[in-house]
Design a protein. Structure first.
Length: 154
């Protein structure tokens, strides 16, 4: 790679986008279908004076359709900050995803790898013994509760 491209792709913004790229890939569709759709079709049409949705008739006699148009300066002054807020919230969610979900996933996959390759031993029997003890205690508590309710009813 040329030194110029290395310098460009070493820029902090590109490094940041590269670090959240997987989370961005996973979350962008949800953020488009959720918050951005609400902004464009829920919030903006309710702002007085914007008049951004126009009803158009189908020239072929089919169903009418809605046209989303933001031609005025005032409309652009409302839409632009909303899109910046949307983009900021998407990047924030990606950063949180990278910090927490990716970190947890890496730890979990390393643990599974260590167990499956024999580098880590787990005590399955101890797990099942503890689980059995907990289930027996729950059974005992529930049985006592049922018995006490029967005594009260009689």
């Amino acid at each position: 790679m040329s030194p110029t491209l290395q310098r460009v792709f070493s820029n902090r913004a590109f490094v940041f986008l590269g670090s959240i790229s997987f989370a961005l890939y996973l979350l962008h569709g949800t953020f488009i279908r959720g918050p951005l759709t609400w902004i464009l079709f829920g919030f903006l049409p309710s702002v007085p004076g914007l008049d951004i949705i126009k009803r158009r008739e189908d020239p072929n006699g089919g169903r009418d359709f809605l046209n989303l148009a933001c031609n005025s300066f005032g409309c652009k002054m409302v839409v632009f900050p909303m899109c910046l807020i949307w983009l900021g919230s998407l990047l924030f969610a990606c950063t949180v995803w990278k910090a927490h979900v990716d970190t947890f996933s890496m730890k979990a996959s390393r643990w599974v790898e260590d167990v499956t390759t024999g580098n880590k031993k787990i005590e399955v029997q101890a797990f099942f013994v503890r689980t059995r003890d907990v289930m027996l205690k729950i059974r005992e508590v529930l049985t006592d509760k049922i018995q006490s309710q029967r005594i009260i009813r009689w």
